[in-house]
Ligand binder design. Structure first.
Ligand code: PAF
Length: 282
């Protein structure tokens, strides 16, 4: 596996090794888990060459403490990618991604960025858009792979691809879960043992939401979720929303949309976790 750390090496690699082969791209912030590796595996099935990037993007952290404690396990990540059969990995420094004279493109994501993560993490999606557009510009892949755990991020990146008229296919990959249901996330490494136990209740609540959705209104479901978190001393709810999968606006009676997703963000101890589940509403 080729390890590339500068933009000039990346350009050289793409010019000399790619030829007419198709390129699949898996952008990550490292601390890789089986969920990330499932994106790499899918990319390997669908492309001739697969490039993964590892870059902890400072501009998408609205909280400096969160950035400082973000896990860094570069050696383990490189071994896992090598073992998975990934062809190349791009591990740029901050100055390679954001050189002095670089001005990130500005996007307007409209209502997509006004809800949930956008509302609770000001500036987060500006940072995501800045790094993703820069990486797409450098790598120019045919296909790029993103996990559905960050469902709002995926929707924002779809909009970015449309706004930039990119000839690029986004491949959405399902959430991978631990045996007790907790969605795999790099942040799980930071959970204290008692918080890790509590964190499994996020998914069990989402599963219950799915069963409630056929017989209760969205307002009743939200009330149930709020109450369950209020009764749980170990998990603090930041938001719970049921939104349609197209424009992420609240689902409810009279919605024209057919597909809906229940999205949650909460704290287990000091660690912020997000999860979601596709549901049908009556
Ligand atoms: O989902 C992530 O890991 C990050 O937000 C991404 C897409 C790699 C951009 O930094």
């Amino acid at each position: 596996m080729k390890v590339i750390s500068t933009v000039s090496e990346l350009t050289h690699f793409l010019e000399t090794c790619l030829g007419s082969q198709t390129l699949g791209f898996v952008p990550t912030m490292g601390a890789l888990h089986p969920g990330h590796l499932s994106l790499v595996q899918k990319a390997l099935l669908q492309n001739d060459l697969v490039l993964c990037s590892i870059f902890v993007n400072p501009t998408q952290f609205n909280n400096s403490e969160d950035l400082e404690k973000y896990p860094n396990r570069i050696q383990e990540d490189l071994s896992a990618l090598e073992e998975a059969g990934c062809h190349a990995v791009f591990t740029p420094s901050k100055s390679e991604i954001y050189p002095k004279n670089f001005t990130p493109k500005k996007y307007d994501f409209g209502l997509l960025e006004k809800v949930m993560e956008g509302e609770n993490r000001p500036g987060h999606f500006d940072g995501v858009a800045a790094v993703v557009s820069r990486l797409f510009d450098l790598v120019k892949p045919e296909k790029a792979y993103f996990g559905e755990k960050d469902f709002q991020q995926l929707t924002i990146i779809k909009s970015l691809v449309q706004q930039d008229c990119l000839n690029l296919e986004l491949v959405a990959c399902p959430i991978l879960r631990e045996p007790d249901g907790l969605a795999m996330s790099s942040r799980n490494l930071l959970l204290l043992p008692e918080d890790r136990t509590a964190a499994a209740r996020i998914y069990s609540r989402l599963l219950h939401v799915k069963t409630l959705a056929s017989k209760r209104s969205v307002a009743e479901i939200k009330k149930w979720v709020n109450q369950t978190f209020e009764d749980d001393p170990d998990l603090t709810l930041e938001y719970f929303e049921v939104v349609n999968t197209v424009d992420l606006q609240p689902s409810g009676k009279g919605s024209d949309h057919k597909k809906h997703v229940a999205c949650i963000a909460c704290f287990a101890g000091s660690i912020r976790l997000i999860d979601n589940l596709f549901i049908e509403i009556n």
